[in-house]
Design a protein around this ligand. Sequence first.
Ligand SMILES: Nc1ncnc2c1ncn2[C@@H]1O[C@H](COP(=O)(O)OP(=O)(O)O)[C@@H](O)[C@H]1O
Ligand SMILES: [Mg+2]
Length: 273
Amino acid sequence: MADSLDDAVAKKFGNRNTEFSLNDKSHIKNIIGVVSGKGGVGKSTVTLLLALELNKMGYKVGILDADITGPSIPKAFGLGNGVDGNEDGTLIVPPLTKSGIKIMSINLFLEDPEKPVLWRGPMIASALKQLYSDVLWEELDYLLIDMPPGTGDVSMTVFQSIVPDGVVIVSTPQDLVKMIVGKAVNMANDMKVKVLGLIENMSFMVCPTCQEILFPFGPSHLDSVAQHFEIEALQSLPIDPRINELVDLGLAEGIDSEYVKEACEKIIDNLKK
Ligand SMILES: Nc1ncnc2c1ncn2[C@@H]1O[C@H](COP(=O)(O)OP(=O)(O)O)[C@@H](O)[C@H]1O
Ligand SMILES: [Mg+2]
């Protein structure tokens, strides 16, 4: 019978302690996982918005794209494939975005970034180890991890191996109603990782002609759901067609990251608690 993912990871990395170590040329003060109960809710978008804003606030920021089978971060910043090694060739040098955010993703190593990665758990785990441990992050205040979607094996591996200091949960109004966020809260609790708060993405939109605030998916449930799970309501984000356009053009840095300023301040505070 095939090994379970846990067994396979344990076999590869030794015993049940699967936490990856970081190289001695790098030091990361805070690791923030961005998670969602399912895909397509805006996890990658929120990851890059948080990274942009933290960077603007003057912090040293990196993004690790841990969504190995659906990596999207390099493309959003207009980064093509190809990475360099450091002087002695022992570590990977992460490419920088225009504003100086360090990016690491499996996409940077693929000949055809459009081709899907069809790997199983153990290969994903060993790729992740390299994307985290063997990268010359140097000094970072915040490393944001765009986690795999959902609460399955791959997410659990990331939790166990790159133990984040806390997670931000991203959801949409419909999913807040369906309590999908509960799965993400439970997983964080099971893994003993702090929940830094909840972001409701695609919560409302501003009518381009009359500036009226519209709620295409119904009223916000951010506060009530956050209260229910006893976590902090971080922010409601609007549907903004420019986000889509700029990400598609590889110009993520053109997005107005003020959207998440309040969320960033709360996250910074909650990490200290
Ligand atoms: N607030 C938003 N306004 C407009 N488009 C958005 C917003 N959030 C996400 N999107 C778009 O929705 C799609 C899915 O978002 P993405 O961040 O890739 O989701 P996930 O990483 O959870 O799969 C992308 O095309 C993205 O540009
Ligand atoms: Mg994504």
